[in-house]
Write a protein of this length. Sequence first.
Length: 472
Amino acid sequence: MTEKEATAVDDSSVENVYFLNAFPIPNSVLRTSRVCVLSLLMVTGTLEAYTLRLIPIHIYGKVIHEFDPWFNFRASEYLDEHGWDAFFHWYDYMSWYPLGRPVGTTIFPGLQITSVLIRRALSMLGMSMTMNDVCCLIPAWFGSVATVLAALLAYETWGSFSGAAMTAGLFAILPAHLMRSMAGEYDNECIAMAAMLLTFYLWVRSLRNAGSWPIGVLTGLAYGYMVSTWGGFIFVLNMVALHAAVCVFADWMRGRYDASLLWAYSLFFVVGTAIATRVPPVGWTPFKSLEQLMALLVFIFMWALHFSEILRRRADVPIRSTKALRIRARVFMITCGVLVLAAALLAPQGYFGPLSSRVRALFVQHTRTGNPLVDSVAEHMPTSADAFWSYFHICLPGSLLGFFVTPLFMLCAVPPREVVHSAVLPGRLLFLDKNEPADAAFRARCGCVDRQYAGWGHGPLRGLVVSSAGCV
């Protein structure tokens, strides 16, 4: 049978669709129409995200809102007028009065650098804008970018274009993100959320197949940019590290080893950490802070596993055998011994830093941290059920649905890493229930990926999940 005949047989086996029960519609036209409609929905969601975020400008004009945004605006003006070197040696006597503030060593400069670069790029293109106008519009611009990135992340996770379109529509109106990306809300989170989503998207994209691991370099660059914008980078670092560790464990349980995961994570960790150490408030904390050491430990143990895999192949023993288990046990024991020895030598010298007050507030009462900057902030108190609904709104039922239905996919023909993509991310709700995060942007991140469940396209449960998500 020729290829044309086989195609004809396949087309004839598909039930035709008729318009007005009289005119047949080719399947190619149906597929094209579906893509066009979903693309229109995604574009509409993005435009709606931008339009909603411009409402404060239509009401109040191009005005900076709140308190921190005003300092960020002053810092952006100072960087634009005095340059890079003066900015990082700037001691501002108008902040933290009467002591003043060493801005260069206490600020995450990504917001200011981005604003200055955008203003100068627009000037080069003949579209001159004042720094005030740029700072007012940046939250709306990056809010739209974050909407697109959330849709891309949903599509990359499950390969469903309808899920991506729904994600764009829901993320555009998500209250947790709206409150940090309205025009005039010129704070770090307004661009950090887009950088965070870009990091997660590129990380998942680097795991698509065995040949996509070089994208780990872009993941590291996106993470480095995220570090320069906001102190919430610790959440991103630990989430990627946890995801990589669970992927390794899933492959191990299946009796497989994929080196592409190691290459992707190594590129992310090396490139991202190299950039992070150049950010003044961060410095060398990736190698000292207890909050960030998990990523380093995952990096070390992934390389230990790779070394044990090399020894196993040289010994020519099956991956599921007692000899292979002994080889890996020896390598891990040596690795643990070296790490324990290094910790025993460095800990007495005060090398490792303690957990920050915000992290300690997750496990102790907020009045016992000893830091007034933490104890006096209402957002560090335990989260109420009303707060969950206020910030997640209609996305909350969808996230809970995905959290409980995801384990069922373990029994279906779903690639394990796609299950991991879905299983790891909702687990952050456990921390939100213990303590309300330092900023509502955490809650925005918690909601943006959960719409991926609306686009489940694998396994026999697809109809159930899509129908349930449609009801949501």
